[in-house]
Design a protein around this ligand. Structure first.
Ligand code: 13P
Ligand code: SF4
Length: 416
């Protein structure tokens, strides 16, 4: 078989070379918010800067990446142990290089609860992750999110009022919610974590969803799972729950419509899935997998469990971002691996594993647009402000929410 895969020696920048191979797929290029690519450009040149946190002082707007990186490095040195920087795998290269701890959302939550030595935690990730850090951090610690507009579109699909309203409908329909265990994916607002804590439920992440759902089924008959339908369905399926026992609650329907479900289907259900999804992971598809396998018969395809059910079923392996990173690191030299997850992680794994051919299953380079909002200009701003004693962009979960959310998070942490 001839695949024209370049040798490690030929690949000075493996991702660029793989992009050339992938160009042969001839997939039409789609526009996305980050269509300038994943290399950092000055903040004011970003297509979407207007929709990011705009009150960053103008002195940071036009700085080139090298200058920003130097300023962050210098600030980091001056701050020393005062600050710990946590970085999610999807962060840009120019951010993740400063992370004292890098990880998936589970590992970062654990770090936040273990690193009580530093008074400031700068969380390079998205809003729900920084909230989880604030819930788990010691009382004297302050959590900072460099750009307050770094949210998560999936988390936003489960608004607390919609979830409470659905819960009330379930209570009316079943006569009680005593047998329904609410489980929220980490990608959700702190108030929903608190809701789970208050109602006998728990939080899960992509690395422990099976253990959390097993625990939930020991507590009750049914699970109410939000916001990611795909993680819920993929996990239920892994546990042997038939697809027709996992029903989809359409939260866009006005209250009183049982989320557009038939009464009998709801009665027979074991998992009630919220109709949320991740726009980044929903892009991965069976046709992409078929094309990839036709082009590289030896390929292994690994995907994140936020991908659609049929994609996960057809993949060789599925797991969290940490699982994916470990899978690639352990693969034999010469392996060809297509990955169904966010492009910054895939690109980094390609660079870190030059003896393997690593590429994204989706030929269109499209980062998670909210993770991408953590531009080094924001990191420089919050760090330099800390040096002056100013805490910019603090994430502070109200105390009563914190108390209940902590219960739900600790139920999860106790399982692993
Ligand atoms: P991980 O928990 O696997 O890091 O995933 C977080 C996330 O937001 C994936 O889209
Ligand atoms: Fe949210 Fe998807 Fe981005 Fe993860 S990749 S932070 S789920 S929008």
């Amino acid at each position: 078989m001839t695949t024209n895969i370049p040798s490690a020696k030929q690949r000075a920048n493996p991702y660029v070379e793989v992009e050339k191979i992938l160009a042969e797929f001839n997939t039409p290029q789609l526009q996305c918010e980050t269509d300038t690519g994943i290399d950092t450009i000055p903040l004011s040149s970003e297509v979407s800067f207007n929709s990011w946190q705009p009150d960053i002082p103008e002195e940071y707007w036009k700085l080139e990446v090298n200058e920003l990186v130097q300023r962050v490095r210098a600030s980091r040195e001056r701050l020393g142990d005062q600050v710990v920087i946590l970085g999610h795998h999807y962060q840009r290269e120019d951010i993740v290089q400063f992370a004292d701890e890098r990880g998936d959302s589970f590992a970062l939550a654990q770090y936040a609860s273990d690193r009580s030595d530093s008074p400031y935690i700068v969380f390079c990730g998205v809003h729900f992750m920084a909230e989880a850090a604030d819930i788990l951090a010691a009382p004297h610690q302050r959590v900072i999110l460099p750009n307050m507009e770094a949210g998560c579109s999936m988390a936003d699909m489960a608004s607390p009022p919609d979830v409470y309203s659905a819960w009330r409908e379930l209570e009316t329909f079943f006569g009680s919610t005593a047998d329904i265990i609410p489980v929220t994916y980490m990608n959700s607002a702190a108030s929903l974590k608190a809701f789970c804590g208050e109602n006998g439920g728990a939080v899960c992440t992509s690395s422990n969803a099976v253990q959390v759902l097993e625990w939930a089924f020991e507590q009750g008959k049914r699970v109410f799972f939000f916001p990611d339908q795909h993680l819920g369905r993929n996990t239920g399926s892994e546990m042997g729950i038939p697809l027709d026992e996992m029903v989809l609650w359409n939260w866009r329907k006005p209250a009183g419509n049982l989320g557009d479900l038939k009464e009998q289907a709801l009665r027979d259900s074991r998992i009630i899935l919220w109709q949320g999804h991740c726009s980044v992971h929903q892009r991965f598809s069976l046709p992409q997998m078929e094309q990839t396998r036709a082009r590289f018969p030896e390929v292994e395809i690994i995907v994140h469990p936020e991908c659609r059910y049929e994609v996960v079923q057809a993949a060789d392996a599925t797991g969290s971002t940490a699982f994916i990173a470990e899978y690639v690191a352990k693969a034999n030299p010469g392996s060809v691996i297509a990955i169904g997850t966010e492009i910054n992680l895939v690109s980094r794994l390609a660079k870190e594993n030059p003896d393997k051919t690593i590429f994204c299953l989706d030929p269109v380079v499209c980062p998670c647009s909210t993770m991408y909002r953590v531009h080094p200009a924001y990191l420089a701003w919050v760090m330099e402000s800390l040096e002056r004693g100013e805490v910019i962009n603090r994430i502070e979960v109200p105390n009563d929410t914190k108390t209940h959310a902590k219960i739900a998070l600790e139920r999860m942490l106790a399982l692993k």
